[in-house]
Design a protein around this ligand. Structure first.
Ligand SMILES: *[C@@H]1O[C@H](CO)[C@@H](O)[C@H](O)[C@H]1NC(C)=O
Ligand SMILES: *[C@@H]1O[C@H](CO)[C@@H](O)[C@H](O)[C@H]1NC(C)=O
Ligand SMILES: *[C@@H]1O[C@H](CO)[C@@H](O)[C@H](O)[C@H]1NC(C)=O
Ligand SMILES: [Zn+2]
Ligand SMILES: [Zn+2]
Length: 364
């Protein structure tokens, strides 16, 4: 794990252009000024973050707004995203590292093939596989994604498309391995390609190559259809300039219910007043557009966001009658369009709260 520690907000700003991992698990480009430091017998313990420039009243206002959207049903997501992660990034990241998780069919033909720290999804479209994000390295692609696919009867040769949500290594890190071995079509936004192409030749992991068959997404709302699955892609900058988000159809395997899922490409913070403002604004746009489309299933490229690891265990105990009319409980990744809308609005205010902790006046 790269741990570049920013000791002042100014140093954090200086790191803002770095192509690192998501701030979920890396302090690159982060906001906080860290002052407390565990020493002596407690050296190596995580300490809490201190925000000398915090706009206390603004934090209060935005936290309260976020909580008003969260209500009881989004509270577990709010509690982490708006408070724990937002205020204690290093401590939060302690629970976010490199644990294995069972590959799981979460919706019909839609598979979790990730780990505890970050997630890749595989979709069997009926005409080949789409992989959404590729984990952090060639080793993870080879030893986590491929065995995950094998568990459900697929091999790397079945992969037709690889989508990359954004230019952080925990999302593109396995893409070069998949490209070199199976030659899928790699899909990323214009800004994500540009950022990956700016990396030095020595970058580890190496990014995928924009070859002749690669796709560069330049238009908001573009669609890619493979087999029975159409993925609609939205350009949602903020977390990074290239961040791309998806809406895709999924089916509850047990009840047969068809619905739309939202996969926001990067809901974590960024590190400049400009990008934080863009992020807060894009989350509101996402809330509106996904409500209009009736998005009700929530999947993410990080377990810390969508709670996939909790859901995987719970889902193993979901029982429905043979006709799928009655189940002992609801599908854990499925909510309501109103829930999903309030989750995204909550996220927008969490970003504002986090910015206010860092002392930023947002651009929008
Ligand atoms: C992101 O885009 C903005 C606006 O185009 C630009 O000023 C900034 O340099 C870009 N950031 C990076 C890291 O490329
Ligand atoms: C609170 O946020 C507003 C809007 O961004 C800003 O104008 C104001 O200066 C902030 N308050 C403090 C104490 O920084
Ligand atoms: C699409 O879905 C139908 C119904 O599940 C299935 O029978 C068919 O094989 C699929 N076709 C393709 C090309 O994905
Ligand atoms: Zn990430
Ligand atoms: Zn990221």
């Amino acid at each position: 794990m790269k741990t570049v520690l920013a000791t002042t907000a100014a140093a954090a700003l200086a790191l803002a252009g770095a192509v690192g991992a998501c701030p979920e698990h890396d302090s690159d480009g982060h906001l906080e000024a860290r002052q407390a430091k565990a020493t002596g017998a407690l050296a190596g313990y995580f300490d809490y973050d201190v925000y000398p420039k915090a706009q206390a009243e603004n934090v209060t206002k935005y936290i309260a707004a976020a909580k008003a959207y969260a209500r009881d049903d989004v509270y577990p997501y709010y509690a982490r995203d708006c408070n724990f992660y937002s205020a204690n990034t290093k401590l939060d990241s302690a629970g976010n590292h490199d644990g294995l998780a069972p590959a799981t069919e979460v919706f019909k033909d839609f598979y979790f093939v990730g780990l505890s720290s970050w997630t890749a999804w595989a979709y069997d479209t009926g005409d080949g596989l789409i992989i959404y994000d590729t984990l952090a390295s060639a080793a993870e692609a080879e030893n986590i994604i491929l065995p995950g696919l094998a568990k459900f009867g697929f091999t790397g040769k079945d992969i037709k498309y690889v989508f990359i949500s954004h230019e952080h290594f925990d999302h593109y890190g396995g893409a070069k391995y998949l490209q070199d071995n199976f030659d899928p079509i790699i899909v990323a936004s214009k800004d994500t390609w540009a950022a990956m192409e700016k990396l030095p030749a020595t970058a580890d992991p190496a990014p995928p190559v924009r070859n002749a068959k690669a796709i560069t997404v330049t238009k908001d709302g573009s669609e890619i259809t493979l087999g029975n699955v159409t993925t609609t892609m939205y350009l949602t900058p903020g977390h990074t300039n290239g961040t791309m988000s998806y809406i895709l159809p999924v089916t509850d395997s047990q009840t047969g219910e068809k619905m739309l899922a939202g996969m926001y490409g990067g809901s974590g913070a960024s590190s400049t007043a400009w990008s934080l403002g863009v992020q807060a604004t894009q989350l509101v746009r996402w809330a509106d557009l996904s409500r209009k489309k009736g998005v009700k299933a929530f999947v993410s490229n990080h377990h810390s966001r969508d709670h996939s690891l909790y859901h995987i265990e719970e889902y193993a105990h979901r029982v429905c009658d043979p006709k799928g009319r009655h189940c002992n409980f609801a599908h854990p990744w499925v909510h309501t369009p109103d829930w999903y809308y309030r989750w995204a609005m909550m996220g927008s205010y969490c970003i504002r709260a986090q910015a206010a902790r860092g002392g930023f006046i947002l651009s929008q």
